[in-house]
Write a protein that binds this ligand. Structure first.
Ligand code: R2B
Ligand code: URA
Length: 339
């Protein structure tokens, strides 16, 4: 089916964005600096915890980059059923993923309908049943902002025990291009296992930790008939695509080819399988708020072979679908309680 066909154009799931600033938001069940909704914390399924004592004093929480608000929108009505949030770099990939999830969950759109963005102010957001699919842009600051707002969104929506995935692209080290990597560890460009942020002029460090049970569950969803490998390993999160990943092909470069190869070999020895640009903050913010989360990336290049990403459009599309297939399978089994 051509989802973009004019015959299917109708604004399925489109929600008009309105901001109102005059009703009240209540945060219930305040306990030290951890916030849970008392009504829901007794359920077997957990609601999201925020780690911010100030939010309870605010009338409205404006999720500015999502163009949503806790008073202007009925977030519980809109997102209370969310069980999975899937993030990826580009709007088009996340739209494709939304359609993939429709197939996986056997969702049928009414005749004449297409999936449409709920919001596309800074990030493109789609919802298919219990699955949110949202683009995160490039790099730690961009996904960091999105994570703050998505975690608050899940909190306001009273979502039960949601899982967050990043389905992304990366550069591999010593693995064939197109290999899928499930991150079991995240390090920054200095090899630190934490996410570092300057707060009030001081460095605050938060452990970049993944949920091992979730990783094992994902591994169990790997299709043994796949024509490519799916591996587990450490992901290095760089703050740059060029110099920060040791490339020789940026506009500026002060290191030699030998130095680059030595550095990549050292990374490989320490268990780094791939390099991307979001893993530390993703692991740290989800871990700090007690949300299960995982990163599944495809590799677009083996960095031991070169720096330039030279992939045909078809190849790129096929490789990008690989993490989507794995996460889609996880979602299906999870909803069928078959994990
Ligand atoms: C992978 O690809 C992007 C850079 O091209 C970046 O967002 C990442 O993590
Ligand atoms: N994304 C990255 O961050 N690095 C690569 O080499 C490829 C994709």
């Amino acid at each position: 089916m051509n989802h973009e066909s004019p015959f299917y154009i109708c604004h399925f799931l489109r929600i008009k964005l309105q901001f109102r600033f005059n009703s009240e938001v209540h945060f219930i069940g305040m306990e030290s600096n951890v916030y849970t909704d008392g009504e829901h914390s007794e359920c077997s399924e957990r609601t999201v915890q925020l780690k911010n004592p100030h939010l309870g004093n605010m009338d409205e929480d404006v999720l500015y980059h999502l163009a949503l608000g806790s008073k202007s929108h009925d977030l519980e009505e809109m997102f209370g059923d969310v069980k999975f949030v899937c993030m990826g770099g580009t709007p088009s990939r996340m739209k494709t993923f939304a359609y993939h999830i429709m197939d996986v969950l056997d969702y049928k759109l009414p005749v004449g309908a297409v999936i449409s963005e709920i919001t596309n102010y800074r990030f493109s957001l789609y919802k298919v049943g219990p699955v949110l699919s949202i683009s995160h842009g490039m790099g730690v600051p961009s996904i960091g902002i999105l994570l703050h707002e998505i975690i608050k969104l899940l909190y306001h929506a009273k979502a039960k025990d949601p899982v967050i995935f990043r389905i992304g692209t990366s550069g591999g080290i010593g693995v064939e291009s197109g290999t899928v990597v499930i991150s079991d560890n995240a390090v920054d460009g200095l090899g630190n296992h934490f996410y570092e942020v300057a707060v009030l002029g001081k460095i605050v460090r938060r452990p970049a930790t993944f949920n091992m049970e979730l990783i094992e569950q994902l591994k169990s969803c790997v299709d043994p008939n796949d024509s490519y490998e799916t591996v587990t390993g450490t992901t290095m999160c760089a703050n740059d695509f060029y110099e920060g990943q040791g490339r020789l092909d940026g506009a500026i470069c002060d290191h030699s080819e030998n130095e680059k190869m030595e550095y990549l070999a050292q990374l490989r020895e320490r268990g780094v399988v791939n390099i991307e640009m979001e893993a530390t903050v993703f692991a740290a913010l989800t871990h700090h708020t007690g949300i299960r989360a995982a990163i599944v990336c495809t590799t677009l290049i083996d960095r031991l072979q070169g720096d330039q990403v030279m992939v045909t459009k078809d190849q790129m599309e096929e490789w990008q679908r690989r993490p989507q297939k794995l996460v889609g399978e996880y979602i299906k089994r999870s909803l069928q309680k078959k994990l």
